[in-house]
Design a binder for this molecule. Sequence first.
Ligand SMILES: [Zn+2]
Length: 235
Amino acid sequence: MSIVAGGYWAFFSPYAQGFGLFPYRGVTDEKVVALTFDDGPNEPFTSQIAEVLRSRGITATFFQVGACVERYPAVTARLVRDGHEIGSHTYSHRFSDCLRWSRQRADLERGRRVLAAVLGAPPTLFRPPWLFRHPPMLRFLRSQGMEPVSGHFAHALEVFQPTAERMARRAIAKTAPGAILIFHDGLEARTGERHRTVEAVALVADALLAQGYRFVTVSPLLGIAGARAQEPAVG
Ligand SMILES: [Zn+2]
């Protein structure tokens, strides 16, 4: 393996564990799956996904960007009231903030503070943008009682919004007991068109329900003890 490929693998791969635990699935033989949504809240798509989930009695995990939470705090609060789990996904989701750890850490802490104000307690779960992580970040998360979470990208080209059927087929094929599937209800810290993701989530949910899957949020799937109860402080 070249140094470039090796570096990519260690810093960005959803599956590499070289720097410490970065779980991409729960270890179980049971038919359970965790749907996760990054980069929101982004309206109207986040609320549309929430409606797809609510109508099927499903809970999921949302890794949210602080700047977007400031735009839609009531959407985040409502997700929690509906039984979903909220994790942090930084404040700005800017790649430039990843280049210096001091800036990245400040951005991470700011995102966590914004969520804590809305949730009534800081979130335990953290997913780094682009899954980019390194040893100082993982050490810092551990020192703060935070848990980094990876997963399987539901569809590699979701950002280009292929048809819902294509995204759903890929996501369903990747699902195995304990899987953590990554969708995007937003686009970094910007707005983004996501109606095909909304449709894909409905297709995936129906197919997996028909296969006998149960839907869980990430903390119970990974057996994360002491996940703080989230009580929305605004709404
Ligand atoms: Zn992201």
